[in-house]
Ligand binder design. Structure first.
Ligand code: PAF
Length: 282
C-alpha cells in the first residue's frame, strides 16, 4: 500500500490503476481507525479492484468548542490496519493541500433539508464542512463507488443528496454499524471515555433498543417513549442531546405510513458526545 500526500501523487497513482482497467472504491476517514473502518475497507475490496482510503482530520467540520486539537492522530497504526484490510492507496493530505487558499476562501457545499436538525441542529455548520470535504475528495479521487458507515446516518443522507443534486458519478454505499461485544457502536471518540464511562456507554444502545421494542409492539406515544428514554439514559449517567424517530429513506420525521424507520440519538457522557441509531421496518 502506497501512502501519498499531495494531489499530484494521488492523481498519478489513480491514473495507473485506471489504465489497468481497475474499478476504484474510496473510503474517506479522519483516521484513528477501528473495526468499523476496517469493515468499510473490506466491503470496498468486495466491490472494487483498487481501494483508496484517505485520512484527513477536516477542520472545516469542527465547531469552535469541539475536539479538533485533541482528535487522535494515529497514522502508523492506521497504515497497518489499512494494509491488512486490503487497501491499495492511502491519501494523507494536510490542510494546505485541501484548503490552499485557507478555509475562509473555500467554496462551501451546503446540502439543504437533510443537514438541518439532529446533529446538524447541535453542530451548526458541521454538515457544510462534511459535504465540502467529501465533495473535494470525491473530485480528487473520482472513484466508481464510495463507502460510509451507517453510524453517521445523517452524514450518509447528506452525502447521498449531495451526490444526487450535483450529478456526481459515484455510487454511495452505506455499511452497517460495527458494535463492540457489549453493543456500543464503535467510534473514534469512544477512546475519550474513562473506564467508568466506558462501562456505562452501552446504555445508549440498550435504551434505543427498548424504545424500538415498544414501537414494534404498537406504541405510538413517542413523546412519552422519549421521556422514558431520557430518564433511563440519565440514570446511566448520560445527558441527552436528542432522540428522534425519522423515516429512514427521506430522513423526514416519521409519518403514519413510514415503513422503514430510523431511531437516532446523541448524548453526552461527561464531555464526550456519542451518537447511535437503529434502522428497522414496521
Ligand atoms: O465520517 C468521517 O470520518 C468524516 O466525517 C468524513 C466523512 C471522513 C469527512 O471528513
Amino acid at each position: 500500500m502506497n501512502t501519498v500526500k499531495n494531489l499530484q501523487q494521488l492523481r498519478a497513482a489513480i491514473s495507473r490503476a485506471r489504465s489497468e482497467g481497475k474499478r476504484i472504491a474510496f473510503v474517506p476517514t479522519m483516521g484513528n481507525l477501528h473495526a468499523g473502518h476496517v469493515a468499510l475497507i473490506q466491503h470496498a475490496t468486495e466491490r472494487a479492484d483498487f481501494v483508496v482510503a484517505s485520512i484527513f482530520v477536516n477542520p472545516l467540520q469542527f465547531g469552535a468548542n469541539e475536539d479538533l486539537d485533541s482528535y487522535p492522530r494515529t497514522l502508523v497504526a492506521d497504515q497497518s490496519k489499512l494494509l491488512e484490510a486490503g487497501c491499495n492507496l492511502l491519501f494523507t493530505p494536510d490542510a494546505q493541500e485541501m484548503y490552499p487558499q485557507g478555509m475562509a476562501q473555500q467554496t462551501i457545499v451546503s446540502v439543504p433539508g437533510v443537514s438541518t436538525g439532529l446533529c446538524g441542529g447541535s453542530r451548526p455548520g458541521h454538515f457544510d464542512g462534511v459535504a465540502t470535504i467529501v465533495c473535494k475528495l470525491l473530485n480528487m479521487v473520482q472513484p466508481d463507488i464510495a463507502l460510509f458507515g451507517e453510524k453517521d446516518f445523517q452524514q450518509l443522507a447528506v452525502i447521498r443528496k449531495m451526490v444526487t443534486d450535483l450529478n456526481m458519478q459515484v455510487q454511495i454505499f452505506g455499511v452497517p454499524i460495527v458494535r463492540d461485544h457489549d453493543g456500543l457502536a464503535l467510534s473514534s471518540r469512544n477512546g475519550y471515555l474513562s473506564a467508568q464511562q466506558r462501562a456505562a456507554a452501552p446504555a445508549l444502545q440498550q435504551c434505543l433498543q427498548a424504545v424500538k421494542a415498544q414501537i414494534k409492539n404498537g406504541r405510538r406515544d413517542y413523546a412519552m417513549l422519549f421521556e422514558q428514554f431520557d430518564t433511563d439514559l440519565q440514570a446511566a449517567g448520560f445527558r441527552l442531546d436528542y432522540v428522534e424517530l425519522r423515516d429512514a429513506l427521506s430522513l423526514q420525521p416519521a409519518e403514519v405510513d413510514s415503513t422503514q424507520l430510523v431511531l437516532l440519538a446523541a448524548a453526552y457522557l461527561g464531555s464526550t458526545r456519542l451518537i447511535d441509531n437503529l434502522i428497522f421496518d414496521l
